[in-house]
Design a protein around this ligand. Structure first.
Ligand code: S3P
Length: 173
């Protein structure tokens, strides 16, 4: 198995599912936001405020490209990663792309108490989330090798579905 890249909207479950897959497969898990925050010595909201979103997006692309080297990992991508063509190309070259989805109402419940996402500050409501999700949907779907809807599943069930679909796909000629 190559790298596994988990993509999807904020609150889709990428972080929790990546941690579960890392435990099941005994692989290193990289949480992109966490890695970038550590590299830059500031939180993601501080990075957006002090250096701007384009700088953050360039950090994401550089980090993604680095995953072409080394042992296969589980990568929990920031929600904006699939929006850039070169990011999608980098993921496809070195791994399998897993899209996690959830209904806007479920997303709202999951992100409600967090202040870590600058794009949702002041917009924690279903219409905003649904509109941004719809805007991003074509890019998410185009990037994905497999998709799992997490709305009705617990983390373990999502992990098992991901592994089932990945191994089925790996066996295809
Ligand atoms: C973003 C998602 C966030 C983080 C940043 C931007 C996005 O990551 O990278 O706030 O554009 O969707 P999570 O999806 O892990 O919350």
């Amino acid at each position: 198995m190559k790298n596994l890249f988990l993509i999807g909207f904020m609150g889709a479950g990428k972080t929790s599912v990546s941690a579960g897959l890392g435990r099941m497969l005994g692989r290193e898990v990289v949480e992109m936001d966490e890695r970038i925050a550590a590299q830059e010595g500031m939180s993601i909201p501080e990075l957006f405020a002090q250096k701007g979103e384009p700088y953050f997006r360039a950090c994401e692309t550089a980090l993604l490209k680095s995953f072409a080297q080394g042992a296969p990992r589980i990568v929990s991508c920031g929600g904006g990663v699939p929006l850039r063509e070169e990011n999608v190309a980098a993921m496809r070259e070195s791994g399998t792309v897993v899209l996690l989805t959830a209904a806007p109402e479920v997303i709202l419940e999951r992100v409600r108490d967090s202040d870590e996402r600058p794009l949702l500050q002041g917009h924690k409501d279903v219409p905003y989330i649904a509109a941004l999700m719809e805007q991003r949907r074509p890019k998410y779907e185009a990037a994905a090798d497999i998709t799992v809807d997490t709305s009705q599943l617990n983390i373990e069930e999502v992990c098992r579905q991901v592994l089932r679909q990945v191994s089925k796909r790996d066996k295809e000629p």
